[in-house]
Structures are given as C-alpha cells and as structure tokens.
Write a protein that binds this ligand. Structure first.
Ligand code: IPE
Ligand code: IPE
Ligand code: MG
Length: 248
C-alpha cells in the first residue's frame, strides 16, 4: 500500500513546518556546484506546495533562508536571492490558481529590494485566498523573532499599553511575528537531509510539535516522502504532558 493510501484523512496536521536542507550536498554528490542543488530545490518546492494544498493542511511554513545563512559566501547568497525572485515569479500563477495565500516571516530589512518587492506584490495579490497559507521564512531566525517580541512588549509596557502582570504565555505567542500574522503553532516539523537539529527555527512555536527527520536530501523530496512523514506523524500519540490513558 502506498503512503498516500495509508493517510487518515480525518487526522491531517493543521500546520506543517519544513526545514529544506541538503541542497548543497545533493549537488556535490553529483559533481555539481551548490547552486544547482538550490535550483533543483525550487522545482521540488513547486510540487510540494501543490501536494500539501491538496492534502488539506492549512499552514505550511518553509525555512528558505536563515539569518545565519547571510554568512555564506557572497556569490551563493546572491544566487539564492536571484532564485527567490525567480521562484515568486514562477509560483505566482500557481498560488492564485490553487487559492494559496502567501506570507513571509523574517527580517525584511536585510533583503535586497527586488526580493522584498517580489514577495510583497505576491502577498498582496494572494491576501484574500482561503486555501493553504504558505509562509516563507526568509532572512529568519527564531532568536531574532523572540528578541523583536521582547522589544515590542517592553515598548508596550513603557507606554502603559500592557501591564506586566498581564503578560501571559498566550500574550507572548500573540506578539511573535507568527502570532501577529495569526499563524498557529506547527503540529509537525520535517527536516530533510539527516541533520537532527533545529537551526534557530520557530523555537517557541515547536514546544509541542512532532519532529520528523529524514535522510532524504531536499532536491530528492517528493509527494511520497511527504505522505510518509504524515503517516509517521499519525502513528504518534501527542500527550502534551498527560498520560496515555488520559488521552484515550
Ligand atoms: C538548504 O540546503 C538551503 C539553504 C540553507 C538555503 P543547504 O545549502 O544547507 O545544503 P547542505 O546542508 O549544504 O547540503
Ligand atoms: C537551515 O539550514 C536553514 C535553512 C534550511 C534555510 P542550514 O543548512 O543553514 O543549517 P545548519 O547550518 O546546517 O544548521
Ligand atoms: Mg544545510
């Protein structure tokens, strides 16, 4: 039976977050420059967006470029920025056709204008779409997001807009970039290419997410790999601190 056939349609995760890793290694293993891996990764992204939208997942957050990735060699960074623009140009019509809403997460100030403009325009034209919400974490790091949240709440406290005793976990969540955009916490986090680390991604939000690591390099990721992750997720018991008996 294929993984697709094993999926329980009544228990689809609401929010899936993905760390798309392994483009460089994929290329190197083929004697190619890293950039070919990134280009191949974009094609995979196209297929995955469509697949995820059809599965019934409501939010998909893709880690495309971290704040730490700015420290990569200049030519790789600039190629990645070109690829990001190309990606949006190519996906724009698909997002409209598939009723996908685009959002971005990250420190926009560091992005070249061409990237900012391409994403902003696409966010604007897709803002009323009601299907999948696709979130691009671009120039993003979780510690940056948490620091911004701390500054935001501190400002509100200084201005008398919030009382210190009213700062609850829910309030903190609501003041993160994800909270401000109305994005719920991920149910499932997938990382490709074998690395078992979080690399500064959604640290607060994944407190109770299920983690799924696969050896598959991102350019080799496909529908079946995605369905396999969903089936694995559906076999887990999410206890949120309770006992197994309490859940049943
Ligand atoms: C992920 O692939 C893409 C980005 C981080 C932009 P990598 O470029 O990290 O690929 P590896 O980890 O070097 O194989
Ligand atoms: C994490 O991948 C960031 C993205 C996938 C965009 P990295 O390849 O940059 O992570 P590390 O450096 O191996 O932890
Ligand atoms: Mg990597």
């Amino acid at each position: 039976m294929s993984y697709f056939e094993q999926i329980d349609k009544s228990r689809i995760p609401n929010h899936v977050a993905i760390i798309m890793d392994g483009n460089g290694r994929w290329a190197k293993e083929r004697g190619l420059a890293r950039i070919y891996g990134h280009q191949q990764g974009v094609d995979v992204l196209h297929d995955i967006i469509t697949t995820v939208a059809e599965t019934g997942v409501k939010y998909l957050t893709m880690y495309a470029f971290s704040l730490e990735n700015w420290n990569r060699p200049k030519d790789e960074v600039s190629s990645l920025m070109d690829i990001a623009v190309e990606l949006i140009r190519k996906e724009r019509s698909t997002l409209i056709e598939k009723n996908v809403r685009l959002l971005t997460l990250g420190d926009n100030d560091l992005l070249p204008d061409k990237v900012k403009d391409a994403f902003m325009e696409c966010e604007e034209v897709t803002k009323n779409n009601t299907g999948l919400t696709l979130i691009f974490a671009l120039s993003y790091s979780s510690r940056w997001e948490i620091t911004e949240m701390a500054k935001r709440i501190a400002r509100q406290a200084v201005e008398g807009k919030v009382k210190v005793e009213d700062i609850s976990e829910d309030y903190v969540s609501s003041q993160l970039s994800t909270g401000l955009l109305g994005i719920p916490d991920p149910d499932l986090l997938i990382r490709t290419s074998g690395e078992q680390r979080i690399s500064n991604y959604l640290l607060w939000q994944i407190a109770y997410s299920e983690l799924y690591f696969t050896q598959c390099r991102w350019p080799d990721f496909n529908d079946e790999e995605f369905y396999k992750a969903i089936v694995d997720y559906q076999h887990r018991e999410r206890r949120f601190g309770k006992t197994s008996e309490q859940i049943k």
